[in-house]
Design a protein around this ligand. Sequence first.
Ligand code: DC
Length: 227
Amino acid sequence: MIVAIDGPAGTGKGTISKLVAERLGFTYVDTGAMYRAITLKMLRNNITLDNEDGINDMFDNTVISFESNTNEKGEFVQNVFLDGEDVTFEIRTPIINETVSPYSVLPLIRTRLVDLQRKMRSSNDLIMEGRDITTVVFPDAEIKIYLDASLEERANRRYKEFVSKGIETTLEETKDSIAKRDYNDMHKEMGALKIAEDAVYIDTTNLTIEEVFNKVKELIQNKKDGN
Ligand code: DC
């Protein structure tokens, strides 16, 4: 079974997907992490957006992989590896937050990553989240969900996450950065964030994580029961 989840930044796509992976045994793929890892590699290697050969060459020689682990608090976490190096922390810093959105607009980067994402379909149940999973990557997914929340609530959630990780920023800065990313995500030529016609829309602004998880679990259960 494939569960595809889209939605803007800070709506809880990652949190919910991790719970589905941990509690229901799904394989979890965070496609935003893939865009982030590619952005990091391009920045490190000074590969500019106009360097088509350089980008193709980089993709031919790049391995992005995920590993599920338990952290010291006993929580389910997913580590992201770029060519074998653990980049889990580095891909979530403000510099990557700023850069990833314009980089993810480039059709060549999208084509190469969508191709990789489609190859991740396997015999195990899969939950994949991002911006174009329900519309482009797996329009045939058994379950399609669009998660949403108000900008204020999403900025609050992200800001708390930054503080807990010791990343220095302000609530205002976080809000501005999310608003900018929303605009870019919704206005790109290819793979723009939109609500698929047959997606289940969930507004998480006033819902707890458990409440959202229960809704998703019910959708999965109903589908597995053949309803
Ligand atoms: O989910 P995230 O915030 O980690 O994603 C980082 C960026 O990657 C986001 O600003 C848009 C882009 N992205 C995308 O264009 N398509 C996806 N399927 C996932 C992410």
